[in-house]
Design a protein around this ligand. Structure first.
Ligand code: PEP
Ligand code: MN
Length: 336
C-alpha cells in the first residue's frame, strides 16, 4: 500500500504514520517527492490495515500497489531516479556512458583504456576483475589485482569504476575498490548476492538475466531496494532467443517499457546484446533514441588480443565515433 500524505502534512503526522505502519507489522519506506511525501507500507497483506491508516491525520489517501514489485514501481515514485556516482549521472534526463574492456588484463591496458574513455567524454570505466566465464578453462580475471588496477585508473582519471561482483562473500572486497557493483546476467536471481550488494550501500548495476521476464528483472531489483539502497541501475543486455545472427537478441522495447513501469534508470549494453563489434555503435545510438539513460560498452586497444569478448570490443577509433554519434542523438532528444 502507499500512504499518500496531504501536501502540507507535518513531520509529526508523518512520524505517526510510520509508527502505525510498523505497529501493523509492515515495513515503512518514506519517499519524499517534489509535490508530496508518500510512505510505502510493505509486507504481507493485513486485514483492516488500509482503514487504520486512512484515518490518520495528514493522510490524503491509501492506495494499493498493484505491481508485484513495490519500491521499484512508478506507483510508489513517479519521478525518475538519477543515480549519481562521481561524474557518472544516469537517469532523469542525464545520460551516463560507461566503457572499458571486458576484463582488466594489465596495468598498461587498463590505464590506456581509461585515458581513451575519459577523453571521449564518458564518465564510467568498466572492467571485469572477477569474470563469469562459460568455460572453467577460460581466463577468469585478475581478481583483487584487477581491482587494484581499476582503482589506479580512477586515481588517474576520476572515472567511476564499474566492476562485477560474483559472490556475496566477495562484496566487501570488491566494494573497497569499486564505485558501482555490477551484478551480472548469470547472477540476476542470486538473491543473497543482491542483498549483499544492496547492503554495501554502493550503487548497483543489475544486468537482466538472458531468460528473465521484466517482472522477474524488477523483482530482482526489489531485493536491492528492500535493503534501503535506492541507487540501482537496470541494464538490458540482451536475451536468449532462437535467433543466431547475434550473440543475444537486444530487445530495445524494454527501455520504454521499463520507463513506464519503474523510476529506476535503464542502461543498455549493446556489446553483449549483439556480440559483434560492427553492430555495437548502431545499437548504442538506437538505445539512446529509445530513451536509455546510459550505455555500457566494451572497448579494447587491440580487440584481437583481448583475453575475453574481443569479437564484440570496439577499437578506440570506433568508440570515439560512436560517442560522437550518441552525443548528437542525445542532444536532439534533449538529454545531456
Ligand atoms: C560483462 O559485462 O562482461 C558480462 C559478463 O556481462 P553479462 O553479465 O551481461 O553477460
Ligand atoms: Mn564481456
Amino acid at each position: 500500500m502507499i500512504v499518500v500524505m496531504k501536501p502540507g502534512a507535518t513531520k509529526q503526522q508523518l512520524d505517526h504514520i510510520v509508527e502505525r505502519i510498523e505497529q501493523l507489522g509492515l515495513r515503512s519506506q518514506v519517499i519524499v517527492g517534489t509535490d508530496r511525501t508518500v510512505v510505502a507500507a510493505l509486507g504481507e497483506k493485513r486485514d483492516g490495515a488500509k482503514q487504520a491508516l486512512e484515518t490518520g491525520d495528514g493522510v490524503e489517501k491509501v492506495v494499493p500497489i498493484l505491481a508485484p514489485y513495490k519500491m521499484a514501481s512508478t506507483e510508489v515514485k513517479p519521478e525518475p531516479t538519477c543515480v549519481e556516482v562521481r561524474g557518472l549521472r544516469v537517469g532523469a534526463g542525464r545520460l551516463g556512458i560507461i566503457a572499458g574492456p571486458c576484463s582488466v588484463e594489465s596495468r598498461e591496458q587498463i590505464l590506456a583504456i581509461a585515458d581513451i574513455v575519459k577523453e571521449a567524454g564518458a564518465a564510467g570505466l568498466r572492467g571485469g576483475a572477477f569474470k563469469p566465464r562459460t568455460s572453467p578453462y577460460s581466463f577468469q580475471g585478475l581478481k583483487e589485482k584487477g581491482l587494484e588496477l581499476l582503482a589506479l585508473a580512477r586515481e588517474r582519471t576520476g572515472l567511476a569504476i564499474v566492476t562485477e561482483v560474483m559472490a556475496p562473500e566477495h562484496v566487501p572486497m570488491v566494494a573497497k575498490y569499486a564505485d558501482v557493483l555490477q551484478v551480472g546476467a548469470r547472477n540476476m536471481q542470486n538473491y543473497p548476492l543482491l542483498e549483499a550488494a544492496g547492503e554495501s550501500g554502493l550503487a548497483v548495476l543489475l544486468k537482466r538475466g538472458p531468460s528473465a521476464t521484466m517482472d522477474e528483472f524488477l523483482l530482482a531489483a526489489e531485493y536491492i531496494l528492500k535493503t534501503g539502497n535506492y541507487r540501482v541501475m537496470l541494464c538490458e543486455r540482451g536475451i536468449r532467443t532462437f535467433e543466431d545472427h547475434t550473440r543475444f537478441t537486444l530487445p530495445l522495447a524494454s527501455v520504454p517499457y521499463l520507463h513506464q513501469t519503474t523510476h529506476l534508470p535503464v542502461v543498455v549494453d549493446p556489446s553483449h546484446g549483439t556480440g559483434k563489434a560492427s553492430l555495437v555503435a548502431p545499437m548504442a545510438v538506437a538505445a539512446i533514441a529509445s530513451g536509455a539513460d546510459g550505455l555500457i560498452v566494451e572497448i579494447h586497444p587491440d580487440p584481437e588480443k583481448a583475453l575475453s569478448d574481443g569479437f564484440q570490443a570496439l577499437t578506440p577509433g570506433a568508440f570515439r565515433k560512436m560517442m560522437s554519434e550518441c552525443k548528437k542523438v542525445a542532444a536532439a532528444l534533449g538529454r545531456y
